[in-house]
Design a protein around this ligand. Structure first.
Ligand SMILES: [Zn+2]
Length: 242
């Protein structure tokens, strides 16, 4: 951790930054309110990712379209890559998709994003010897009537010791802000996603990844987003300096 300096070897990404859709997709048959809800994107994640990348002076990869078009954080072949339903909401425009439409979404959007992200990681490794990647996401505070009891989730691969050490230090730096951090919550760090895919391409000695998951309860308005962006930035800087 001590060898990583702001600006050196760092990559920030935000796969679910946007709820937009290309005009030709006709909103996938969803109404405007649904398209602005958590099923279409990670509410508030974009602001936090931008603030973090700006403060670090590093590259930011940001999804341009809703995850409902094609999910940048899912592997090809994953059943929710182009979800026919999400959190119980049917996505009409994704039902019975023609193979050519699937291929088009992958070629025009999924592949360029994943390739560009991998190239940034490669570039950071070539230039700095290793890469630290932070993938910024947010989660809905309640699922199926059950509250999720964390403010921050830090997701990592327990098999990679450097990632566990980094996540624990980061958690220690978030705690003084009075926010609750949980490890590998609400998802496991080894679940399907960009970090898991990149771990298959780059060894632990070269590539360290943390996915940060923020509770959308804290991100509902500008004041909240600004606060959480500041907490994320300051705690991460303290982690890098430790
Ligand atoms: Zn996400």
């Amino acid at each position: 951790v001590a060898s990583l300096k702001p600006g050196g070897g760092l990559v920030v990404s935000c796969e679910h930054a946007s709820h937009c859709l290309p005009a030709r997709c006709r909103d996938l048959g969803l109404d405007a309110a649904t398209l602005r809800s958590h099923i279409a994107w990670d509410i508030g994640a974009r602001e936090v990712a931008r603030a973090l990348a700006k403060a670090l002076g590093c590259v930011l990869h940001e999804g341009r379209y809703s995850r409902l078009l094609v999910d940048l954080n899912r592997s090809l072949g994953h059943r929710s890559l182009m979800a026919e339903s999400s959190f119980g909401v049917v996505v009409p425009g994704n039902r019975d998709l023609e193979p050519h439409e699937k291929a088009r979404r992958i070629a025009e959007y999924w592949r360029p994003y994943r390739d560009a992200l991998a190239r940034s990681v490669e570039h950071a490794i070539r230039r700095h010897g290793s890469c630290l990647h932070v993938s910024v996401h947010s989660f809905t505070p309640e699922v199926g009537g059950e509250a999720r009891n964390a403010d921050f989730g830090l997701l990592y691969d327990p098999a990679r010791k450097g990632e566990g050490a980094l996540a624990r230090e980061w958690a220690r730096r978030i705690a003084p802000f009075g926010l609750r951090v949980r490890m590998n919550y609400p998802y496991r760090g080894t679940s399907d996603g960009v970090t898991s895919a990149l771990r298959r391409s780059f060894p632990a000695s070269r590539y360290t990844a943390i996915e940060i998951e923020l509770n959308q309860r804290l991100l509902g308005n500008r004041t909240g987003r600004t606060h959480i962006a500041r907490v994320t930035r300051q705690s991460f800087f303290a982690t890098l300096r430790s």
